[in-house]
Design a protein around this ligand. Structure first.
Ligand SMILES: NC(=O)C1=CN([C@@H]2O[C@H](COP(=O)(O)OP(=O)(O)OC[C@H]3O[C@@H](n4cnc5c(N)ncnc54)[C@H](O)[C@@H]3O)[C@@H](O)[C@H]2O)C=CC1
Ligand SMILES: O=C(O)C(=O)[C@H](O)COP(=O)(O)O
Length: 385
């Protein structure tokens, strides 16, 4: 029997069109349960999701990625949203305290692309320093700042290559991995890789006089964690990689540091993205448009996780699995480990670097070009670890 629409249970969803497989996960069949629920899906570019759209469409569900800032400004004219899902790991674009105060359920996709980002970092290191593939009596030392899902996964890959790892994470207990101070990690490593959330000083009073109690406040703030002092303490030969959030590094200090030291730096994220100034871009060893997590597996896992969270909120059983949508994956870490010369076959990071640099115009990468590269990105495949 045709399910009759039931306004009480029907859903209107506003979603970032850059979320993978939206229609396969969010439709009448996958969200109906036994209610006959009908779904109205409104797909919009993430940066175009604004207060006016939400006031006009009054969605019950908001599905986003990192470019949509969810806060009082966005939701002030909407009282219908009851669920916000971010198909991302990072949550610095979401005011979770505000959502909690509005009793709006929030879910992100913690860990969804941990292997993707770790493999991106490995690809960058081994592209710039292929000698690190060789087992040696003096293996390279990798400093990992932030030992959560991505940092600890990267440490696994590094250990499987026989590298030394210096890990620093002030919010986790000391361990075999969390084995160094910040100073030791940045002074004693051949490579330093950043894997922290973007946070600001807790209880800091802003210029406007407000005190920062937000969910992104920390006693160990990461904004400009890598500043002039940190860069001055880092040996000039140390390769620095940022695939966390752009503002973790002070871009002006970084530019001066590279001019002074000639340091090799890899950035997947930029303090002022989506704009990138040529003056910085031209000094980077590798530059990519925030795509470290952009594998088919990573993005599908993100969609799966917020779909599962919505199903739980609706008290229905999930009716869609990413495994039905994934083509066969023959990218095997074991094969790559045995034949490191095949790295470029798996992922040629320099193609992404060249594609970004090709968009330079009038001394900068423009926001529209940065966003288009990400929108049209051919999703990589994760190596099966
Ligand atoms: N470039 C890209 O495409 C992607 C970037 N990311 C970014 O990477 C970040 C890390 O991701 P996950 O490891 O999955 O997050 P996670 O939350 O699992 O781990 C973050 C770790 O950083 C630690 N930390 C916090 N403040 C610190 C500080 N001041 N110094 C050292 N460690 C500190 C925390 O204790 C935690 O263990 C995300 O927050 C996101 O911003 C995530 C996915 C893709
Ligand atoms: O998951 C995160 O955190 C990320 O940084 C994502 O890779 C960001 O991708 P978009 O949400 O900007 O598409």
């Amino acid at each position: 029997m045709e399910n009759k629409p039931n306004a009480a249970t029907d859903l209107t969803i506003v979603a970032d069109s850059n979320i993978a497989s939206l229609s396969e996960f969010f439709n009448n069949d996958t969200l109906s349960g036994t209610t006959g629920r009908r779904v109205r899906m409104i797909k919009v570019a993430g940066r175009d999701i604004d207060a006016q759209l939400l006031a006009d469409t009054q969605p019950n569900v908001l599905l986003i990625r990192s470019v949509t800032h969810v806060n009082a400004d966005l939701l002030k004219d909407n009282d219908s949203v009851r669920f916000v899902g971010s198909a991302t790991i990072g949550t610095d674009h979401v005011d979770q305290d505000y959502l909690a105060a509005r009793r709006i359920h929030f879910a992100n996709a913690a860990g969804c692309s941990k292997h993707s980002v770790a493999q991106y970092v490995l690809g960058a290191i081994l592209t710039l320093r292929p000698e690190y593939w060789q087992r040696s009596s003096t293996p390279p030392t990798l400093g990992i700042i932030g030992l959560g899902n991505i940092g600890s996964t990267l440490a696994q890959y590094a250990s499987s290559l026989g590298w030394q790892v210096l890990g620093y994470d002030p919010l986790l207990p000391a361990s075999n991995l969390n084995n160094a101070s910040f100073a030791q990690a940045i002074k004693q490593s051949d490579v330093v890789s950043l894997h922290v959330p973007l946070t600001d000083k807790a209880n800091a009073t802003s210029a406007a006089g407000s005190t920062n109690h937000s969910s992104h406040a920390s006693e160990y703030p990461t904004r400009h964690l890598i500043d002039k002092n940190a860069l001055d303490a880092m040996p000039a030969s140390t390769l620095l990689i940022n695939s966390a959030r752009g503002p973790v590094i002070d871009a002006a200090a970084l530019q001066a540091d590279i001019e002074r030291t000639g340091r090799q730096v890899v950035l997947d994220v930029f303090e002022h993205e989506p704009q990138i100034e040529e003056a910085l871009l031209s000094k980077l060893a590798i530059a990519t448009p925030h795509i470290a997590g952009y594998t088919l597996e990573g993005k599908l896992r993100g969609t799966q996780m917020i779909y599962d969270a919505l199903c739980e909120k609706l008290s229905i059983s999930p009716a869609q699995s990413m495994h039905q949508l994934l083509p066969l994956n023959m990218f095997l870490w074991s094969e790559l480990q045995a034949h490191p010369d095949r790295l470029v076959k798996f992922y040629d990071i320099m193609q992404d670097d060249q594609a970004l640099r090709a968009t330079l115009a009038e001394g900068q990468v423009k926001a529209a070009a940065f966003d288009q590269l990400r929108r049209d990105y051919h999703l990589r495949r994760e190596w099966q670890f």
